[in-house]
Design a binder for this molecule. Structure first.
Ligand SMILES: *Cc1c(COP(=O)(O)O)cnc(C)c1O
Length: 388
């Protein structure tokens, strides 16, 4: 049976990813491991295609949030790349991870005990990263809980392989958090020293996310966890400014390139005479005889209703404004001033066409930079295609 065509699709650029990883590795240096963060469905890019692409350009590890994502990564992977779970796992998931050799964060004694038990069942040590509390005040180990975990490890040496010690910064992308992050770096060093004295001295130390890699080089240590930057986005405007101003390449091209594009096609055209409302309600009134293109993408596909009468798409290399309300499965865009539009023409909701581009931040947003949220909201059902 022939496959049905999707109403929209996401394209992932292999070339952009290759360049981003090459650039980031240059910034990080040769030694440290490059852990590619693919939680949130690889920031909306799709775990399966992204893992496939990333393995070909050389990453050492994938970091996911939960066991569901770990399984997706494992299925997509050649099996040669390490997988690390940073967040939620129930008892069964811990058992599964130990069995599969997947490493995971430990941030309480309960999980440590579960891991030790699982290691007993599988006759294979649990591979763990101890997440240390340094000031984010979210899931890190500290105080008596840390003591309990250390005791469990010391009494079960053959069942636990402590692969790493790690922490996460409370917003390295903003100078507003500088004092807090600086304290975290100091605190991390202190806890690492204390643990060393107690016989816990793993191979890997990791703290840096994209923003830390790009603005606080001393946080790189011997492994980094890079998310947003590998997809071609600066973590914040500040991070971008900091880098573009401080590097000698300030007048060259942006070293990070967007991997993702989201596209559809013109479904139909409609002539609407002057003085008529378009689509539901009365929010858009034609001021002249206008040509509308109907695009089969709506809020059910992740095209937010907040873009009603506000968003743009690209058709034939030109910007076309969304007119009227975004419907569940359709939008109307004004193509009156774009010559020769026909059904089947490519429509770009995110990405480039000709010399124009719709950025992810322009796509949703209006005031703040919320690339992370916008990307992860792209529905996982939209098909992803890898392009050169
Ligand atoms: C998401 C996440 C990262 C990656 O952050 P980016 O800003 O996308 O680079 C790193 N570490 C942890 C613990 C995370 O949750």
């Amino acid at each position: 049976m022939a496959e049905q065509h999707p109403t929209s699709w996401i394209e992932l650029s292999g070339k952009a990813l290759r360049r981003n990883i090459r650039y980031l590795k240059k910034r990080i240096g040769k030694g440290p491991r490059f852990c590619s963060v693919i939680k949130g469905n690889a920031y909306g890019h799709g775990i399966r295609p992204f893992v496939h692409m990333a393995e070909r350009v050389g990453v050492d590890c994938f970091a996911v949030y939960d066991a569901f994502e770990a399984e997706q990564a494992l299925n997509a992977s050649t099996g040669m790349t390490e997988i690390m779970v940073m967040g939620m796992m129930d008892h069964d998931a811990v058992e599964w991870a130990v069995h599969k050799g997947i490493s995971f964060y430990v941030f309480d004694a309960d999980r440590m005990q579960t891991a030790i038990d699982a290691a007993g069942h599988c006759a294979r040590p649990a591979r763990v990263h101890l997440e240390l509390e340094t000031g984010l005040n979210r899931t890190g180990l500290e105080g008596v809980e840390l003591d309990r975990v250390v005791d469990l490890i010391r009494h079960n040496r053959d069942r636990v392989d402590v692969v790493g010690l790690c922490t996460h910064f409370a917003g390295a992308e903003s100078i507003a958090n500088h004092t807090r992050v600086t304290h975290q770096i100091v605190r991390y060093g202190e806890v690492v020293d204390e643990l060393k004295d107690r016989g816990i001295q793993p191979k890997f130390h990791h703290a840096a996310c994209s923003a830390a890699v790009l603005t606080i080089p001393e946080t790189v240590m011997d492994m980094v966890r890079v998310g947003i930057a590998q997809y071609g986005f600066w973590p914040s405007k500040e991070t971008r400014m900091h880098n573009l101003l401080s590097l000698e390449n300030s007048f060259k091209k942006d070293p990070l390139q967007r991997v993702i594009s989201w596209k559809s096609q013109v479904m139909g055209l409609k002539q609407v005479p002057a003085g008529n409302f378009v689509s539901y309600g009365t929010s858009y009134l034609t001021a002249r005889n206008e040509t509308m293109a109907v695009i089969p993408v709506g809020y059910a596909h992740g095209f937010s209703r907040s873009l009603s009468n506000r968003g743009h798409v690209l058709i034939r290399g030109k910007r076309a404004a969304v007119v009227g309300m975004v419907n569940m499965n359709m939008i109307m865009v004004d193509v009156t001033d774009i010559n020769g539009v026909v059904p089947g023409d490519e429509v770009v909701m995110i990405g480039k066409q000709g010399r124009r581009e719709i950025t992810v931040s322009a796509f949703t947003d209006l005031t703040q930079n919320v690339n992370y949220e916008t990307l992860t909201r792209l529905p996982s059902e939209i098909p992803r295609k890898i392009v050169e």
